[in-house]
Design a protein around this ligand. Sequence first.
Ligand code: FB9
Length: 508
Amino acid sequence: MADGPVAELLLRRLEASDGGLDSAELATELGVEHQAVVGAVKSLQALGEVIEAELRSTKRWELTSEGEEIAREGSHEARVFRSIPPEGLAQSELMRLPSGKVGFSKAMSNKWIRVDKSMADGPRVFRVVDSMEDEVQRRLQMVQRGQAEKLGEKERSELRKRKLLAEVTLKTYWVSKGSAFSTSISKQETELSPEMISSGSWQDRPFKPYNFLAQGVLPDSGHLHPLLKVRSQFRQIFLEMGFTEMPTDNFIESSFWNFDALFQPQQHPARDQHDTFFIRDPAEALQLPMDYVQRVKRTHSQGGYGSQGYKYNWKLDEARKNLLRTHTTSASARALYRLAQKKPFTPAKYFSIDRVFRNETLDATHLAEFHQIEGVVADHGLTLGHLMGVLREFFTKLGITQLRFKPAYNPYTEPSMEVFSYHPGLKKWVEVGNSGVFRPEMLLPMGLPENVSVIAWGLSLERPTMIKYGINNIRELVGHKVNLQMVYDSPLCRLDAKPKPPPTQEAA
Ligand code: FB9
């Protein structure tokens, strides 16, 4: 067993070798574990250019644990043969031997033994030959000595079939001299210490060369969830377009601001608990601007401002009911009401991006909550044309240029439009949002001037994020099933970048 640290031995062998050496062969030669040589290679690599080490994967034959045992103790059939005395051995007794079963059938097929079934006290086993060669053991020992290739393919496959031999892929290193190769490995300095400078000892110390290409270790850092990455891009787009973010820090809203202020009648289907989560405690909103509420009440029940209203008995209790907001349009109503209180009227552009809650049937693209993105523009004489224009500008910044508008209906906008864009990746028109001109029955009770109109549109944050990141099931994006690695590795993919091809079926 060659003494001295493996690293030094490796360098001396390398010195002697022409070209290089294989770490596995060196391990066999030095009679040490391959891991010890790998360790030496790694520590020499850390010293700089002393050695070059190229990782290779080599296939080699290795004995299984049973193969090791047979190489040591002999094959089962040889052991059976040896256990049979000249006068033979009762077969029942032979079968009780540890190698009995396996050894008996092999020895029989090797025609080393025979069974005499005519014996009085039952079948008896006798030797047929005087001696035999334990080829199996010999071949396994050859493999142990690293001479597996000397065996024929047939022999090897027979040993493999008997699970005595296995082909393993070994990651080995092909080691060769480095540019700073030397057999005397002096540890290269990696730090220039004040002592070295003051003592001047740095002049005759070998220093490890700087590796300016070394990658820094990525610091462990927080990771923005893809939704928040896309949210910040939508924020950027709105700010670029001169919009101001509306406060949306209240998931719980009153039915008044969520529905009534938007001229949505109290018997509208969206207002029952099939679609809306109502709050049991606190069940009712106490603070409502009562003068404004009265105007809303009258507009719903009798009309006004040129509208005939809904002609029903509007109830304040219904309006007081607290709920989880079903859209951020409630925040738009609050913002427009505040705007209306500021005289004289000044045009405004608002946006909001925040969670909304709907008691909907859950499916691959719908959860009970999503993030609504909303844009609102209030100014004199705005028309549907202005809405189409601002939608084009907005979606163009999203990289979406081909838009189509489809008439739609919302209780709080007239006219209303669904917005569709042609998605080249999905090769189809995708609904990318909804929009409309807020009804005068919503705006005038707030106190906004007659000739002020307000255009608005909305979409979700989840849909563009899923499409951008090629995610098909919303549960892969949000919720406890999200694999955090996806969050960590999710690149900041620019919304206006060309869409990623949708994942092929098998990838999905
Ligand atoms: O987000 C939606 N689609 C969408 C948006 C962007 C997108 O980007 C891709 C990168 C290219 C892809 C798709 N939708 C709105 C359309 C559909 O997904 C729709 O099925 C689901 N909608 C949600 C509501 O579901 C009940 C999305 C959500 C939505 C719908 C309407 C509004 C807001 C969100 C609104 C509004 C509105 C209307 C008038 C005035 C003020 C607000």
